[in-house]
Design a protein around this ligand. Structure first.
Ligand code: SAM
Length: 240
């Protein structure tokens, strides 16, 4: 069972997300245990304040270190569950982190305990960085808070836990960004023809060898069209 702690000043942002789809299924199946903790509960301030003006001046408020240290230390102390295999990671969502990707999701999925630090306002006092094992960014843009990135990371990790997706390992084996470094080939369902657009004939043939060969070719063509940056200079994907 993977243990996940999410620390935030806006715990209600996770209500809908945690109650639906694969994440709630993983919790119901006992594959993951997810706790959303309100940072204010760890503030030593009598008015539960978690922010203050930055010493460097400028607009906005910065999150103070004390509530973060108390919250993360509580997560680490309570996270020592014997059933949790693998290591604990403390993940800060920040635009300064490395852009998130499937390799990182796989790495996190092998851990026993993940603690997410969701910043807000102008960000977090830099001393909190000493608690962190992984700095993760959603990309080169600035969001209002770390809650949406944390939700994205949790979703991407939980669906990789064995047994969570129906269809076994095959369900994630042929997806985009796997070891072959390619996007998944385009897929089709019924009807075989829609508004004059036909499903490629080979996919209706039932010939699995031919379909397999078509998928490989189509994945390469699709990657070249949509994400040429994933292909090396020789036009081949990194893992090929
Ligand atoms: C308004 S942002 C602070 C931005 C900070 N002042 C800066 O310029 O880097 C508030 C919080 O949103 C989260 N955040 C914003 N953009 C993000 C991104 N691209 N990836 C991950 N987290 C992000 C972080 O947790 C951050 O502490």
């Amino acid at each position: 069972m993977m243990k996940i702690d999410i620390v935030t000043v806006f715990p209600r942002m996770f209500e809908g997300f945690l109650g639906e789809s694969m994440v709630s299924r993983a919790v119901r199946m006992g594959k993951a245990e997810i706790a959303v903790r309100n940072l204010r509960d760890y503030s030593a301030d009598r008015r539960r304040r978690v922010d203050d003006k930055p010493f460097s001046g400028g607009p906005g408020m910065l999150m103070t270190p004390q509530p973060w240290f108390s919250a993360v230390e509580a997560c680490l102390a309570e996270g020592e569950v014997p059933s949790a295999g693998g290591a604990t990671r403390v993940v800060m969502l920040t635009p300064a982190g490395m852009p998130y990707g499937q390799r990182k999701a796989e790495e996190f999925a092998a851990c026993g305990h993940l603690v997410f630090i969701c910043g807000h306002y102008e960000g977090i006092d830099a001393r909190v960085n000493t608690l962190v094992t992984d700095f993760v960014s959603m990309g080169d843009f600035v969001l209002t808070g770390g809650e949406i990135p944390a939700a994205a990371v949790v979703d991407s990790v939980v669906r990789l836990l064995p047994g969570v997706l129906g269809g076994g390992e095959e369900a994630t084996a042929n997806e985009s960004f796997n070891a072959d470094g390619l996007l998944e080939a385009p897929q089709y369902t019924h009807p075989p023809e829609f508004r004059g657009m036909k499903v490629p004939e080979v996919l209706l043939s039932g010939d699995h060898a031919k379909i397999g060969a078509w998928k490989k070719r189509a994945a390469l063509d699709f990657t070249r069209k949509m994400r040429p940056d994933l292909l090396g200079g020789d036009g081949k994907a990194a893992g090929k």
